[in-house]
Design a protein around this ligand. Structure first.
Ligand SMILES: *Cc1c(COP(=O)(O)O)cnc(C)c1O
Length: 395
C-alpha cells in the first residue's frame, strides 16, 4: 500500500537513501570496520553543528537522553540552573532537572514566546556569586512553533560576565534551521536522529564544548550509561563502551552527506521557504500561528491556533483516521487550542501542499469557517515564486 508523508515535527519522513544505509549486515563493533562507519558520521555532525571545537557524542537513545547526559556530565546535585518555561519541551527539561535534584531557577514565559533574553540577563547580572551553573535554552519549542534567540542569550551571558554553561536543546532545529555552535558559544548542543537528520529514532546526538568537558571533571551527578568519560575513552580506541547502534550510525553518515550535498545553507533556505508557504496558508485560513511575533516563527513546525469553540486535537485525529495523514496535536497548556504542522526533514514544496490540503479537508469536515483551497492557493502562490512574493510583502 502506498503511504502518505507525515507532517509531524518528528519522527520525520525517511528518504530511501537513508533507510537503505541503516539496513546493513552485522559487523563486529570492536573491529576496525566500525571506525569506517563511525568517523564519517562524526565528521558530518560537526559540520552540521558548525563546530570545530566540540566533541561529538552519540548515544543509542533519543533526545531526552541527550538532555539527561548534558546535565549528568556537567552538574552536581543541588546546583542551580536557569531556565524558562514557555512550552512542553522546555517544561519537560525543567522537570528532568528537578528530578535530578537540581535547583531550577524558572522564568515563566507565555506559551508562544521565546526564551526571555532580558530576564535571563537580569537573573545572571544578579547572580554575582555565580550560583547558576548552567543556562538552559530550548532553541525551537516544538510545542508552540517558537524559535528562541540563542545568540542573544549568549550575548546576555557575556554582558553579565557570567561563567555559566550554555546548554541548548536543538532537537527540532539542528540540521533544518540556522545553528552555530561555536559562534554562539554553545557548550552542549543536544539533538536526536529522528527530526532534522531524517533517520529513525534511536540516536541522541550531542556536541560538547571544551569548557563543558572541563566542567565534567568536577561534576558529581551519578552517571553510567550516559557518561561522557567512558564514551571518550572508548572513542579514543576506536570503539564504544557498549553496543553502538551501528545501522543508525551508518544512516547518520548518509544523512549528513545528503544534507551537505544539498548544502547546509540550501537546506536551511528550503525549510524557510516551505515554512513560509505554510504560514501564508494559515493566514489565508483566517487563523494565526501560536508564535507571538514573526521573529519567533519556527521554520520546522507551525502550531496553528484554532478558532474559539473548536478543538485542534480533532483536526489531527480526523486527518489520521479519514485521510491517513499525520498532523501534530497540541501539548500541555495549548492542548486542544492548536494543531501542529511539522515541516522539517525530507520534504518538498509539493509534498507540503498535500499536507496543507489535508489540513483544510479535515478542518472543513469539522465545520471550521474555512474555504477549501484557500490556504493551498496562498502557499501555491508563494511556492511558484517565493522571491517575488517576498518582494511584494516588503512593499
Ligand atoms: C522531540 C523533542 C525532544 C524529545 O526528543 P525525543 O527524541 O523524543 O526524546 C526534546 N526537545 C525538543 C525541542 C523536541 O522537539
Amino acid at each position: 500500500m502506498s503511504q502518505n508523508p507525515v507532517f509531524i515535527p518528528g519522527p520525520t519522513n525517511i528518504p530511501d537513501r537513508i533507510r537503505k544505509a541503516c539496513d546493513i549486515a552485522t559487523i563486529d563493533h570492536r573491529s576496525p570496520r566500525f571506525a569506517r562507519i563511525f568517523d564519517p558520521a562524526i565528521a558530518g555532525v560537526k559540520q552540521i553543528l558548525r563546530t570545530d571545537a566540540a566533541e561529538i557524542i552519540l548515544f543509542p537513545a533519543t533526545g531526552t537522553a541527550g538532555w539527561e547526559a548534558a546535565i549528568q556530565n556537567t552538574l552536581s546535585p543541588g546546583d542551580t540552573v536557569l531556565a524558562a518555561r514557555h512550552g512542553m519541551f522546555s517544561h519537560r527539561w525543567i522537570d528532568l532537572c528537578q528530578r535530578h535534584g537540581l535547583n531550577v531557577q524558572i522564568i515563566e514565559a507565555p506559551w508562544g514566546e521565546g526564551a526571555p533574553v532580558a530576564a535571563f540577563e537580569a537573573a545572571l547580572a544578579d547572580d554575582k556569586a555565580e550560583r547558576i551553573k548552567a543556562v538552559l535554552v530550548t532553541h525551537n519549542e516544538t510545542a508552540t512553533g517558537v524559535k528562541s534567540d540563542v545568540a542573544g542569550v549568549r550575548r546576555a551571558m557575556d554582558r553579565a560576565q557570567h561563567g555559566a554553561l550554555l546548554l541548548v536543546d536543538g532537537v527540532s532545529s539542528i540540521g533544518s534551521m540556522e545553528f552555530r555552535m561555536d559562534e554562539w558559544g554553545v557548550d552542549i548542543a543536544v539533538t536526536g536522529s529522528q527530526k532534522g537528520f531524517m533517520l529513525p529514532p534511536g540516536l541522541a546526538i550531542l556536541g560538547v564544548s571544551p569548557k563543558a568537558l572541563k566542567t565534567m571533571e568536577t561534576a558529581q551527578m551519578p552517571r553510567t550509561f550516559l557518561d561522557f568519560t567512558d564514551m571518550r575513552e572508548s572513542y579514543a580506541k576506536g570503539g564504544y563502551p557498549y553496543t553502538p547502534a551501528v545501522g543508525l550510525i551508518n544512516g547518520l553518515a548518509e544523512a549528513c552527506e545528503m544534507i551537505l550535498d544539498e548544502g547546509l545553507e540550501n537546506v536551511i533556505a528550503r525549510h524557510h521557504r516551505i515554512a513560509e508557504g505554510v504560514r501564508r496558508a494559515v493566514f489565508a485560513w483566517g487563523l494565526a500561528p501560536c508564535a507571538a511575533r514573526p521573529e519567533l516563527y519556527s521554520d520546522t513546525v507551525t502550531a496553528v491556533v484554532v478558532p474559539e469553540g473548536f478543538d485542534g486535537t480533532k483536526v489531527a485525529t480526523l486527518a489520521a483516521e479519514k485521510y491517513d495523514v499525520a498532523l501534530g496535536v497540541g501539548l500541555g497548556e495549548v492542548a486542544g487550542r492548536v494543531f501542529r504542522i511539522g515541516h522539517l526533514g525530507s520534504l518538498t514544496d509539493v509534498m507540503m501542499l498535500s499536507g496543507l490540503a489535508t489540513a483544510e479537508m479535515a478542518m472543513v469536515d469539522l465545520g471550521f469557517p474555512i474555504t477549501l483551497g484557500s490556504g493551498v492557493a496562498a502557499a501555491q502562490d508563494y511556492y511558484r515564486n517565493p522571491m517575488e512574493a517576498a518582494k511584494i510583502a516588503a512593499e
